[in-house]
Design a protein around this ligand. Structure first.
Ligand code: G1P
Length: 289
């Protein structure tokens, strides 16, 4: 059986929604509690059995490469000082069996174009796409849930959630027929439609498993919403030839590309943190709001 071994992380975006914090640092390096956003996405992919991480980067994104590289001086210092717990934390960022590859996206032409930059490395295999802005939390990691769906259906799987009708313009929206609980056979997918044009209220979250055919479809797409080459349009093209399923994942998504979502993630993950949680809960209770 063909497993999903590769994941694409488009991280070239400018992060303008988060200025001024993102003026000189990548938005993917903003920490929620004690880990940068990108590390949550990488860990989710790793927990799903994925070992080849393909980053689509751009200018100003060097800190992401450094984060997943060996930090020789830091590790030597920690070792010499006997701070072995911290050393373990630093070394666990990139487990031995994980491979990181970095590809530059020379021009920011859209999410579809970013994914296309990985075509040579994808090399005809099905692959995952994770958008680090979307911090996903589930008892079972969301990508793991999706890999299980892929193993069963052998077709592209897109993560979706119900969104308020007035928010359809923020998402790719799918329409189709329910084949069973949590699973929709997709007939239509539209990028950021107005509420009256949305085929349903199921919005795409930033997790995909895609068959390689999507890459040729993206290549054929004209510019879409916002003048960008859209991943959604490539998936829409693929619908003519292949089955695509939308999967209503079990868990929660935080839109960490927005300040509100980022704050919610910070508070809720701090509350759930094994060491920080209890004290932080007391602190919040005593806050005079
Ligand atoms: C992208 C996709 C969109 C999806 C969203 C999820 O949009 O194009 O279909 O619903 O991610 O976060 P973006 O948020 O990058 O504009």
């Amino acid at each position: 059986m063909q497993h999903i071994t590769k994941a694409v992380f488009p991280v070239a975006g400018l992060g303008t929604r988060f200025l001024p914090a993102t003026k000189a640092q990548p938005k993917e390096m903003l920490p929620v509690v004690d880990k940068p956003l990108i590390q949550y996405a990488i860990e989710e992919a790793y927990d799903a059995g994925i070992r080849e991480m393909i980053f689509i980067t751009g200018r100003t994104k060097r800190p992401i490469e450094d984060h997943f590289d060996m930090a020789y001086e830091l590790e030597t210092e920690l070792q010499a000082a006997g701070k072995l717990e911290l050393l373990k934390v630093v070394q666990s960022i990139k487990p031995e069996d994980m491979e990181c590859v970095f590809i530059r996206q020379p021009k920011m032409l859209g999410l579809g174009h970013a994914v296309l930059c990985a075509q040579q490395l994808i090399n005809g295999d099905p692959f995952a796409v994770l958008l680090a802005d979307d911090l996903m939390v589930g008892e079972k990691p969301i990508m793991k849930q999706m890999v299980e769906q892929f193993a069963e259906w052998r077709a592209s799987i897109i993560a979706v959630q119900e969104v308020p009708p007035e928010h359809t313009k923020r998402y790719g929206i799918v329409g189709g027929t329910h084949v069973r609980d949590r699973l929709v056979d997709v007939a239509k997918i539209v990028e950021k439609p107005a509420p009256e044009e949305a085929p349903s209220n199921l919005g795409v979250a930033g997790r995909y498993i895609l068959t390689p055919g999507v890459l040729d479809e993206i290549r054929m797409q004209p510019k879409g919403v916002g003048g960008e080459i859209q991943l959604t349009d490539g998936i829409a093209g693929m619908l003519r030839r292949e089955k695509v399923f939308a999967y209503c994942y079990e868990g929660k998504r935080y839109d960490c590309g927005s300040k509100e979502g980022f704050l919610q993630a910070s508070v809720e993950l701090a509350l759930a943190h094994p060491q920080l949680g209890p004290g932080f809960r007391d602190y919040l209770k005593n806050l005079e709001l």
